[in-house]
Design a protein around this ligand. Structure first.
Ligand SMILES: CC(C)(COP(=O)(O)OP(=O)(O)OC[C@H]1O[C@@H](n2cnc3c(N)ncnc32)[C@H](O)[C@@H]1OP(=O)(O)O)[C@@H](O)C(=O)NCCC(=O)NCCS
Length: 210
């Protein structure tokens, strides 16, 4: 029997902080589902890790992957949801994200290049290159991840919600009430504080985790 506590900040950037002096030579390259080898190589080069099977599931759930180049050097990577759903598995909420918005997932900047606002610049590249029109960006950060929270605040994000949940053995969830969300949230049992994950619901949960 185990018990895991989740404590998340949900952040929104209605506009991205303007970049005063963009870093020369910075570009974002998108990799697709048929480029898993290049993706694995990117993670290896950045010293980043991911659970087995996760990239495949992210693509299957409609997430897009980008890797950031600084000249010929890999500088970072990120996953983005837009015009799809962000399944916040810690809360079992499946939130629709419009085509004008994106939700960040698993952002990573190479350790040697941190502290230079590359995070913010990568977001500008997403907003400019991947969205038909930018309305806002969303993200979730562990409440105790201070560096990430600072990077988000510097980029123009504000904390909209702090949400918490308890996970008992991966089967039983006790969570905060659903936050106000623009768009209809149908999964999973959004009106309930307790969620029992079994049968079809468990299968769905596992398929949506991305
Ligand atoms: C979070 C992360 C993406 C931020 O990227 P970044 O380009 O370094 O962001 P910023 O340049 O805006 O720096 C953000 C904060 O990181 C901290 N920081 C600065 N230099 C740093 C360094 N060399 N190493 C680590 N953290 C540093 C500072 O607190 C800084 O805020 P400040 O400049 O206001 O003091 C990056 O730290 C990272 O990849 N972390 C590991 C993975 C992770 O936590 N991802 C986020 C998941 S939500």
């Amino acid at each position: 029997m185990y018990l895991v506590r989740h404590d998340l900040a949900l952040l929104q950037a209605p506009t991205l902080t303007p970049i005063e002096v963009p870093t020369p030579g910075l570009r974002l390259e998108e990799l697709h589902a048929d480029q898993l080898e290049a993706l694995t190589e990117t993670y290896r080069a950045l010293g980043h890790r991911h659970p087995v099977g996760r990239p495949q599931r992210r693509f299957a759930n409609g997430l897009r992957f980008g890797r950031l180049w600084l000249g010929g050097q890999l500088a970072g990577s990120l996953w983005v949801v837009h015009d799809k759903h962000r399944y916040l598995d810690e809360m079992n909420w499946r939130l629709p994200v419009s085509a004008q918005q994106f939700w960040l997932r698993d952002v990573f900047i190479a350790p040697a290049l941190r502290g230079q606002r590359l995070f913010l610049q990568m977001l500008h590249l997403v907003a400019r290159g991947w969205l038909p029109r930018f309305e806002s960006a969303w993200s979730d950060v562990d409440w105790d991840n201070a560096a990430s929270l600072r990077a988000h605040l510097a980029a123009g994000f504000v904390v909209r919600h702090r949400v918490r949940a308890l996970d008992f053995n991966g089967r039983l969830r006790w969570r905060d009430p659903l936050v106000h969300w623009p768009g209809s949230v149908r999964d999973m049992q959004p009106a309930r504080r307790w969620v029992w994950l079994a049968g079809e619901r468990l299968r769905q949960h596992q398929a949506w985790i991305a």
